[in-house]
Design a protein around this ligand. Structure first.
Ligand SMILES: Nc1nc2c(c(=O)[nH]1)N[C@H]1C(S)=C(S)[C@@H](COP(=O)(O)OP(=O)(O)OC[C@H]3O[C@@H](n4cnc5c(=O)[nH]c(N)nc54)[C@H](O)[C@@H]3O)O[C@H]1N2
Ligand SMILES: Nc1nc2c(c(=O)[nH]1)N[C@H]1C(S)=C(S)[C@@H](COP(=O)(O)OP(=O)(O)OC[C@H]3O[C@@H](n4cnc5c(=O)[nH]c(N)nc54)[C@H](O)[C@@H]3O)O[C@H]1N2
Ligand code: SF4
Ligand SMILES: [Mo]
Length: 685
């Protein structure tokens, strides 16, 4: 039988590569990269090739499942929707509209980003939470507060590329949402141009191995490095005075602020010599244009927002902001607002007022403490908090204490197992969806296509939320009733629709990037300038200028733990998986069956730990097991443990977040230090 082929986009990670799906006898037969999608130009990573296994997985959730005393029971959609609507109605009558909260995981698809948004609006609850405190929100909060935008690296004209706490060789995340004529060729092209590559990372990451220079600072000390670089740039006059005068607000105060933050001050903190810090600052300030691609490495520390501010200041003072070959503010695809009317913020936002949503630890604590204004019901969509949030034990406790937990997923995950009701989601190949992509050539929209009918009784999220809304008689504000209508509603401001996209697959909706737009309209901040001194932070009682804070769980802040837990632990995202996903699929399992713990040979020898033998890692919170990998890629004293195991189909004691603390926070955003904990390691019995 002839193969039928469809262009679409992968949804397994934020990169959303163009993909061609081939069908045989109505079933997905094979997939390949789409050469005409500017994101990947034909490349697919190994995970993308696993699409067929995911769709036809034996253990895929295909029916609504309701928890009973004797375990989960298959129920009809009618029963599931009635149960959800009744429960939510009952909770609202007893405790008010803010008694529900919506939780999403990493928004690798827009369906994930938007699912249950309008439902919250129609229900009247302003409680939005997610994995955001661990992902890119903390550093983006920092960037936004300095220059009012989140720039994308403009790789193809850059002379110096700094990957700062990012490892896109593993994560394929070269920008936030941008296309580069094949992201897998960015490094080759940079090399051909003679551009220099520097990596700032405590670990010799896959990207560090390719770099011209690896700046191997102590973990969690980026703010000290960045502030010392700013000190060098200011004190050596490596910036344009006219630019600073015109475009930076509070610069005089800032100059005083960084005066004591010399490279000599930063040396014992960062573990980098003062001369190395000076050289790095000079290199960055004098090689133009240059990029800093800041990544997720300092989000899961306790000084993430200020790290974001410091990076923004480095980018600005060197005039790389919105510069060709620097960090550019690409045009944005216009989209409609969701929900149509946003409910007011609740009291749960008060503790971290600059953060755009409620940090999950605030929600979790309110539940555990039985606070009167706590959410009683949680809708978890496309997320797995039980595995990915800090302190697995406490997270599970909080989820278990809810009056009602609704989970929408495609597998029976650790979080789904705790739910009262689990709804089977249609996969990325069974529903319409889209992605807005920024790029030099202009910003475009790419279509995710419904290629096959949803398997079993699985359904798309918008379909489900509308059904529940209808049952509750709160559907009148809904601007859509299914994915097709949602897509058309969202893209109305871009003047394109589903029919156009079906025909063309990719549609550019903005002109090509223009640089230095601030020359015409200033920056998107209150003062229209780059804010080195933040009046907003000051008014809240925060430090108006960024500072170095000793990282979360360190020997300085927690000296009493040092004798029992003399090692620092951090986590790593393996290339074969996205977070906690898909370790139940044979192909993925084969790529990496078990979590690894990278340990320096000196530390291993002291503890009699052998290469590729099982080791147990203990922290003040709990323990996990991993295969030890002896390597010089990590420094003595630092063990690097793989993240993402912990679902029911994984082995026991495999979740790194059984080790991490939910009691230490970035004071500006409530983020937990999932990248840093004190620990000890021993051979496993
Ligand atoms: N220690 C440590 N902790 C971390 C991190 C770390 O590096 N170290 N990383 C952090 C980061 S950056 C993030 S973003 C979070 C990630 O946190 P999450 O996004 O919560 O993690 P995922 O495992 O991706 O969970 C997504 C869930 O969506 C489900 N899913 C997949 N496809 C579909 C679909 O089409 N529809 C629906 N409804 N569901 C679907 C998957 O089965 C999975 O259960 O973890 C954070 N936690
Ligand atoms: N294969 C795969 N790809 C993914 C994901 C995945 O789970 N797996 N997740 C997706 C998501 S949601 C995200 S947010 C992105 C993240 O992607 P990236 O932004 O590339 O971030 P990570 O790979 O999480 O971490 C980058 C580096 O930070 C380093 N690091 C740790 N602590 C510090 C520190 O204190 N300072 C500095 N300078 N560096 C530090 C780590 O050693 C690591 O090499 O990846 C996305 N892509
Ligand atoms: S999982 Fe791989 S193929 Fe899919 S979007 Fe991410 S990088 Fe592309
Ligand atoms: Mo993330």
């Amino acid at each position: 039988m002839k193969e039928l082929s469809f262009r679409t986009i992968c949804g397994f990670c934020h990169t959303n590569c163009g993909m061609i799906v081939h069908l045989k006898e109505g079933k997905i037969h094979r997939v390949e990269g789409d050469p005409d999608n500017p994101v990947n130009r034909g490349y697919l990573c190994a995970k993308g090739y696993g699409a067929r296994q995911l769709v036809y997985a034996e253990d895929r959730l295909l029916h609504p499942m309701r928890k009973t005393r004797s375990g989960f029971k298959k129920v009809s959609w009618n029963e599931a929707v009635t149960f959800a609507a009744d429960k939510l109605q009952e909770i609202r009558e007893k405790h008010g509209a803010n008694s529900i909260a919506r939780y999403i995981g990493a928004p690798t698809t827009y369906e994930c980003r938007d699912g249950f948004m309008q439902f919250m609006g129609s229900f009247g609850s302003g409680n939005f939470t997610s994995s955001g405190t661990l992902c890119f929100y903390p550093r983006v909060t920092g960037l936004l507060n300095v220059f009012g935008g989140r720039p994308e690296p403009d790789y193809d004209a850059s002379k110096l590329i700094i990957f700062w706490s990012s490892n896109p060789m593993n994560t394929c995340r070269f920008g936030l949402y941008s296309a580069y004529d094949g992201f897998d060729k960015i490094i080759d092209r940079a090399r051909d141009r003679g551009a220099m590559i520097v990596v700032v990372d405590p670990v010799r990451s896959e990207m560090a191995k390719l770099a011209d220079e690896w700046i191997d600072l102590n973990i969690g000390t980026d703010a000290a490095l960045g502030l010392a670089m700013l000190n060098v740039i200011v004190s050596e006059g490596l910036y344009d005075k006219a630019f600073a005068e015109k475009w930076i607000s509070g610069f005089d105060k800032f100059k005083e602020h960084v005066k004591p933050m010399t490279p000599e001050w930063a040396e014992p903190i960062t573990g980098l010599s003062a001369s190395r810090i000076r050289d790095f600052a000079r290199l960055y300030a004098t090689t133009k244009p240059a990029i800093i691609h800041e990544g997720n490495g300092f989000d899961m520390q306790t000084n993430s927002v200020d790290c974001g501010r410091i990076i923004a200041m480095l980018i600005s003072i060197t005039e790389n902001i919105d510069a060709e070959g620097g960090n550019a503010l690409y045009p944005i695809v216009p989209q409609s607002p969701l929900p149509v009317v946003k409910p007011p913020k609740t009291k749960l936002y008060d503790q971290y007022p600059i953060f755009p949503e409620i940090p999950w630890p605030v929600v979790s604590r309110s539940i555990l403490e039985g606070a009167p204004d706590r959410p009683r019901a949680l809708i978890v969509q496309h997320g797995n908090p039980a595995v990915i949030q800090a302190n697995e034990k406490k997270t599970r406790e909080a989820l278990s204490k809810l009056d009602f937990l609704l989970v929408v997923d495609i597998f029976m995950t650790a979080t789904a197992e705790l739910a009262d009701l689990v709804l089977p989601a249609a996969s990325d190949f069974e529903r319409y969806d889209y992605r807005a992509v920024a790029s030099r050539a202009g910003s475009f929209v790419a279509l995710r296509r419904k290629i096959i009918e949803p398997l079993g009784e699985s359904r798309s999220v918008f379909d489900v939320e509308y059904e529940i809304a209808k049952r509750m008689e709160i559907e009148k504000d809904y601007p859509f009733t299914n994915n097709e209508e949602w897509l058309n509603y969202m893209l109305k401001p871009s003047k394109i629709n589903l029919e156009d996209l079906k025909e063309k697959q990719i549609i550019y909706v903005t002109p090509p990037a223009k640089y230095k737009k601030y020359l015409e309209s200033g920056f998107n901040t209150k003062s229209k300038k780059i804010e080195f001194y933040s009046e907003r932070f000051k008014a809240i009682g925060y430090e108006p200028m960024p500072v170095y804070r000793e990282p979360g769980e360190s020997f300085l802040t927690h000296g009493h733990l040092e004798s029992a837990y003399p090692l620092q632990g951090t986590s790593r995202k393996p290339a074969s998986f996205v977070h906690s996903r898909f370790r139940n699929l044979p192909m993925f399992q084969k790529m990496q069956p078990h979590p690894l713990m990278r340990i320096h040979p000196d530390d291993a020898e002291k503890r009699d730990i052998k290469d590729m033998a099982w080791a147990t890692i203990r922290s003040p919170r709990g323990e996990m097991r991993a295969l030890a990998k002896l390597t010089y890629d990590t420094k003595p004293g630092l063990v690097v443990v793989d993240f993402g195991w912990g679902n029911p189909y994984d082995m026991e004691l495999s979740n790194i977040n059984s080790l991490t603390s939910d009691e230490l926070f970035d004071p500006l955003c409530g983020g937990t230090p999932n990248r840093m904990f004190l620990c000890e390691v021993a051979p496993s019995e």
